[in-house]
Write a protein that binds this ligand. Structure first.
Ligand SMILES: Nc1ncnc2c1ncn2[C@@H]1O[C@H](COP(=O)(O)OP(=O)(O)OP(=O)(O)O)[C@@H](O)[C@H]1O
Length: 690
């Protein structure tokens, strides 16, 4: 009697070894016996595909029906060939296992052919039995057929004990005999099937009944359950690339030294990696040996060294952790508001395990178990393995620290240029977070620009600086017919937002509309309320501003002007595409679950391109009161300077960026963007769809 520890070892080992050694042996067996192979391909990640393929290839080569019944893991397709026979459609969707499909179909036909033969034989048998009984005679076959319980009972019993049927001496139900009979008949026909029918049926039924799991001996009663179990796990080292940088961290797990015991333990299982897919290694498991080398008293880098120098299958001897709570995947999706390169991060626990991403990428956060290192996949990325990314808390801390350091390093002027208010203007109203100033340009300040509403109040910039954009939880918003999201064009003054808006409206006046602004100015002769402006008393307008009803507002020459959120909603509800080109600080008021705007940032090109394109088109300067001249170099610089500032403060709120260099190309991109908003599900803040 083996000791308990040995016994458990054996059981565990057997379970794992079956996963990997069966294919070769089974294929060999198939060759010898001309029988079908019923191979269980275990959970061993990449190994599965190889094994499964080997079984099938071997089996085909030797003219047998082959069934590889794999694990429950999706990508390997448990039903594989067996599944192909039963659910061929399901099989076809399995991309990663390459099997010659015409052959699979042939097996399918083969199965139906054999089954039909069996049915015919049975019905003929029944007819003969009936005849024999009718004539009062008896024969050996009729005795078998009328054995206790009769044919129907026999059928029931067969389905209840499928494993027994191949060894059943009863000729009426022994499939091998059935097949022999069929084969004899088939031999008389011109087209004799090539594959071994008995094996084929046997294999098919075994998979259909899921009768392929290894039968392990019962654990003896005297086993002391508390004794330590050692598990042998074999995983295949992968070099599967992860995006452009890095490779799978050996087997999709990280290790560390346990602070209490000093032993090497599994620190983290990467979602979708080899270890996760195997289901055999868990966080907290103690690693005793790697490829037969004891790691007791060794450091994680020693283990890493063994792993790095190993090829193919790696064998771990592991003491399982007490709790094996499976790792559940979260469904959270976030939009990254910063770019990340793991290789440049000195603090990441394992650089190879990192996931690089760029600002704007949507990430599927699969685990937030670790306070500092989340596990994530890029949305739409075909790589199954998750990677490490800094958690929100960690990233926020970093950004704040970086900002502090930059502020210390930078001269005073530079800080002002990006992070604070250029020139304070007298505040219009007591609500700093909702008050605006439109164009922080010299022209505004000098009051020379009459065409524009001058928005006021400056405190917002300080408020903006408090925001630390890291990740924003997002969900998909599906377009609703006849209800279009407002399209907001944001950009520095003079970049061309109004030009684009004008062109859009000109293409279809019945589709695109801009909201009519409100003013406290008295109507001029000929002006109709609700056409040029909605006219309102100053008191009422101030009251509404105070109540947060305006998405932007300001004062010009003693009169208030503004756009109410109500006028945006009414255009949306009337089925129009509402176009807005507000001041960038209005974004905060606009980005609400009620309005759900699609924000397009109209970005200026480089100084040279900006100057060339505008001069060539004889563009009129919006900095000039009378709009009678072109832009000056100083104004072009001002546009670029403003753009820099907007990007620094608000880029995390943009849905799309369009560079306005060539006007017709910009317009085409805008049309395409609007078409996407109307027709495709797009990522929006999760709160908008809840
Ligand atoms: N890509 C372009 N190429 C050449 N000229 C352009 C281009 N885009 C815009 N313009 C011209 O630049 C001038 C300013 O454009 P527009 O009035 O649309 O600016 P804006 O962003 O609305 O600025 P503001 O908010 O100050 O009014 C216009 O004469 C316009 O025709």
């Amino acid at each position: 009697m083996p000791s308990l520890r040995e016994y458990k070892d054996r059981v565990e080992f057997r379970r794992e070894s079956i996963s990997f050694s069966l294919p070769t042996r089974a294929a060999g067996k198939a060759r010898r016996n001309d029988q079908a192979v019923v191979g269980r391909v275990g959970n061993g990640a990449e190994a599965n595909e190889g094994c499964a393929e080997r079984i099938v290839r071997g089996a085909f080569q030797h003219g047998t029906g082959a069934v590889a019944a794999a694990s429950e893991k999706r990508e390997v397709r448990a039903s594989f060939i067996g599944g192909a026979l039963v659910h061929e459609k399901g099989f076809l969707s399995c991309e990663r296992v390459r099997v010659h499909l015409p052959r699979v179909r042939r097996i399918s036909e083969q199965i139906s052919y054999v089954r039909e033969g069996e049915r015919n034989r049975r019905s003929q048998q029944r007819e003969r039995d009936t005849l024999t009984r009718g004539s009062g005679g008896s024969s050996s076959s009729s005795e078998t057929a009328s054995s206790p319980g009769g044919p129907s009972t026999r059928r029931r019993r067969r389905s209840a004990r499928p494993r027994q049927k191949y060894a059943d001496p009863d000729p009426a139900i022994a499939v091998s005999d059935t097949c022999r009979l069929n084969e004899r008949r088939a031999s008389l026909r011109p087209r004799r099937p090539r594959l071994g029918n008995a094996g084929l049926l046997c294999a098919h039924d075994a998979v259909a009944q899921k009768d392929y799991y290894p039968r392990l001996p019962d654990i003896p009663l005297e086993v002391d359950e508390d004794e330590e179990t050692v598990k042998i796990v074999q995983l295949v080292k992968s070099n599967e690339p992860l995006g452009d940088a890095g490779v799978e961290p050996i087997v999709g797990a990280t290790i560390k030294t346990c602070e209490i015991t000093g032993k090497i333990v599994i620190a983290r299982i990467m979602h979708g990696g080899a270890a996760d897919r195997s289901g055999l290694i868990h966080v907290g498991d103690e690693v005793c040996e790697v490829n037969g080398i004891s790691v007791e008293g060794k450091t994680p880098s020693f283990v890493l060294h063994i792993l790095q120098n190993s090829e193919g299958t790696i064998t771990f001897k592991i003491v399982p952790a007490d709790s094996k709570s499976g790792i559940r995947e979260s469904k959270v999706r976030v939009k990254a508001h910063f770019s990340y390169v793991a290789a440049d991060d000195p603090y990441i626990p394992c650089k190879e395990a990192g996931l690089d991403f760029v600002k704007g990428d949507v990430l599927h956060i699969v685990s937030q178990d670790d306070a500092y290192w989340w596990q994530a996949r890029r949305e739409g990325d075909r790589n199954m393995r998750a990677g490490l990314i800094p958690s929100r808390a960690l990233q926020e801390r970093r950004i704040l620290l970086e900002r502090k350091e930059k502020e210390k390093e930078k001269p005073e002027e530079d800080n002002i240029s990006l992070c604070s208010v250029p020139v304070p203007l007298p505040a219009l109203c007591p609500r700093p977070s909702t008050s605006l100033h439109a164009s922080p340009t010299k022209c505004n300040l000098q009051g020379t620009k009459t065409k524009k509403i001058i928005y006021d109040a400056a405190e917002n910039d300080d408020f903006d600086r408090e925001e630390v954009p890291t990740y924003e939880e997002v969900a998909k918003l599906y377009p609703r017919p006849g209800l279009y999201r407002p399209v907001v064009l944001i950009g520095p003054p003079g970049v061309g937002r109004n030009e684009l808006k004008r062109r859009l409206i000109a293409t279809d006046t019945e589709k695109y509309k801009t909201p009519v602004p409100y003013t406290s100015r008295p109507p001029r002769p000929g002006e109709i309320n609700g056409k040029e402006y909605h006219f309102m008393t100053r008191e009422k307008m101030e009251e509404d501003i105070e109540a947060g009803k305006f998405i932007e507002y300001g004062e010009y020459k003693g009169n208030l002007y503004g756009t109410s959120s109500e006028s945006v909603s009414s255009l949306v509800n009337a089925g129009y595409v509402c176009l807005l080109s507000p001041h960038y600080q209005a974004l905060k008021m606009l980005r609400t679950p009620q309005l759900r705007p699609y924000v397009i940032y109209v970005k200026p090109p480089t100084f040279e391109v900006l100057k060339d394109t505008r001069n060539e088109a004889r563009a009129r300067s919006t900095f000039d009161e009378s709009n009678s001249r072109g832009f000056t170099d100083e104004e072009f610089h001002e546009i670029l300077h403003s753009a820099e500032r907007i990007e620094f403060l608000y880029s995390h709120l943009f849905d799309e960026v369009i560079v306005n260099a060539d006007l017709s190309m910009t317009f085409e991109q805008l049309i395409n963007a609007i078409h996407r908003v109307e027709s495709e599900p797009l990522w929006v803040p999760a709160s908008w769809v809840q």
